[in-house]
Write a protein that binds this ligand. Structure first.
Ligand SMILES: Nc1ncnc2c1ncn2[C@@H]1O[C@H](COP(=O)(O)OP(=O)(O)O)[C@@H](O)[C@H]1O
Ligand SMILES: O=C(CO)[C@@H](O)[C@H](O)COP(=O)(O)O
Length: 499
């Protein structure tokens, strides 16, 4: 039996999936690593821990499944987007990676807007948001100039991981699109944007497609993992692009909801000509010559993890989410907005913060849990509505990520979004998408679509309950007013955030 491996470098953990030629998931391994949060708005990770965790996960995958490592023909990667890894001339990381959910760069975003004006949307197809890579580069240039002077290249998280496993440095379009340095429609680094900020193009790694073979494993990595040196290592894609591939979002009308640390609602586009006026993100897909638009909730699964760690650290997610069955829609009049680290869609506002509104003496842990889960889902509905306003015809969604593990939450997604929700056999869409890229790279299939018919298996569909949907529509109208009504208060409170 021959296999491929898909590796998803997530924010909470790295997950590795072993898949055979029939698309059956034959093994899974995962290793987690911490976030480093020195100050409010700061989110970093140590890139060395990504490498260590991945090597351990791969070794565990080979030994736990008992396979002959030589039967693995290819591997590819999915990764958290936008994170900045700065490399010196020898390829060593110069500092911790600054992640997608780090919002220290508001000043740099204003600088980008002032310098490029409408050209930014014209070329990069996205507005300047704190999470993207170019503002991070400019932050390091301004605040750590001695370190920036040593930088020879920057890479995105999964590109760094692939570099450490193969020794070959490369970037690919779907992740490069999230840097603000890519000419998205023409698929090349933008000389105009890089030049405007004094970033030499030599700092941007060579671009390849998601299915391109980048190299083979370094002998030391092969030795540590039990995988063969000759195995093909393929470029891979951004986690949302890979999540979309792994969920079969490969043609117009197909839409994904992913609830990981962040949450996204993402819809496929054939053409790069669309103008979303910066209200939604617009990136290159991992499928050749195609694109997707998406809205992002910064703290989706993260809101639930934060809530659990802070108020119910002993409980498992499954135990905590039993609270959903003990309460009814609207959590007895309690609403939550998930702006724990600021927000992106529909409110591009790094300074805003979360709220519980309507606390009552009758509320207990189950009500708060329900309010958190409902608030995350309402926030994602706002992205869904923006996609619809932009002309996307959305009749059903495929749901993936940690949030798709819980059936009551999946039913809630159907009720709040008002469409059918499809669940897959494995909720690990991004790792599966990476495995599909490896399978196509190895020549097992002539296209991702052909691979999808073999690899993607839907397990269950959740249909909206009309009465619940009506109740949620009323609540959504109230939810939609919380941001504006708390914006000014949050701005004033920011002066009291000391760490
Ligand atoms: N059993 C569960 N039920 C519902 N949600 C869960 C469960 N386990 C984890 N989660 C949520 O999933 C999130 C992690 O999802 P994952 O897709 O692994 O994220 P990432 O790719 O960002 O590392 C957690 O933040 C948590 O909120
Ligand atoms: O910033 C974005 C997308 O623009 C995030 O979606 C990151 O790509 C992180 O993803 P997860 O770790 O939540 O999967």
């Amino acid at each position: 039996m021959k296999y491929v491996i898909g590796v998803d470098l997530g924010t909470s953990a790295v997950k590795a999936l072993l898949v055979n030629r029939e698309g059956r998931v034959c093994g899974e391994a995962s290793r987690d690593y911490p976030l480093i949060q020195e100050r409010s708005g700061y989110n970093e990770q140590d890139p060395e821990l990504w490498v260590k965790a991945t090597v351990e996960a791969l070794r565990g995958l080979v030994s736990d499944t008992g396979i002959d490592g030589n039967d693995v023909e290819g591997m590819s990667f999915s990764g958290q987007m936008h994170g900045l890894v700065l490399l010196d001339g020898e390829g060593n990381a110069l500092r911790n990676a600054i992640l997608w959910n780090d919002t220290r760069t508001s000043e740099q975003c204003r600088e980008i807007e002032a310098k490029l004006g409408k050209r930014l949307l014209g070329i990069a197809k996205n507005r300047a948001l704190e999470g993207f890579t170019l503002p991070k580069l400019l932050w390091v240039k301004r605040h750590e100039p001695e370190l920036f002077a040593k930088a020879a290249a920057f890479v995105l998280p999964k590109d760094y991981l692939r570099y450490r496993l193969t020794g070959h440095l490369a970037a690919e379009y779907s992740d490069a699109a999230g840097t603000l340095l890519l000419d998205v429609a023409n698929r090349r680094w933008s000389e105009e944007i890089a030049g405007a900020f004094g970033i030499p193009l030599s700092m941007c790694p060579p671009l390849v497609g998601s299915e391109a073979k980048v190299g083979t494993l370094l002998p030391a990595i092969a030795g540590q993992t039990g995988l063969p040196e000759f195995m093909g290592v393929f470029a891979g894609g951004a986690d949302n692009a890979c999540g979309a591939i792994g969920a079969g979002i490969l043609s117009e009308g197909e839409t994904l909801c992913s609830i990981g640390t962040s949450g996204v609602v993402l819809s496929y586009r054939d053409s790069g000509d669309n103008d979303y006026a910066g209200k939604l993100h617009f990136f290159n897909h991992g499928k050749k010559d195609s694109f997707y638009a998406m809205g992002v909730t910064l703290a989706a699964g993260y809101s639930l993890s934060w809530f659990k760690e802070t108020f119910a650290p002993e409980a498992s997610f499954d135990d905590l989410l039993k609270g959903l069955e003990q309460t009814t829609a609207g959590a007895n009049g309690l609403l939550f907005t998930p702006y724990l680290v600021g927000e992106r869609t529909p409110h591009a506002d790094a300074a805003t913060r979360a709220s519980f509104v309507g606390m009552d003496a009758s509320h207990g842990l189950p009500h708060f849990t329900r309010a958190v889960v409902e608030g995350i889902t309402f926030s994602l509905k706002e992205s869904l509505e923006l996609l619809r306003d932009a002309g996307h015809d959305i009749r059903s969604l495929v749901s993936i990520g940690g949030g798709a593990k819980n059936e009551t939450w999946l039913q809630m997604q159907a009720d709040i979004f008002g469409v059918d929700i499809h669940r897959l056999e494995s909720e690990q869409g991004p790792a599966l998408g990476a495995a599909m890229l490896a399978a196509c790279g190895c020549g097992w299939f002539e296209s991702l679509e052909r691979c999808a018919t073999m690899f993607i298996k839907r397990s269950k569909t959740f249909r909206p309950n009309a009465r619940q949907a009506e109740r949620y529509a009323d609540l959504f109208r109230i939810y939609g007013q919380v941001y504006e009504n708390t914006r000014q208060l949050n701005e004033e409170l920011s002066a009291f955030r000391t760490s």
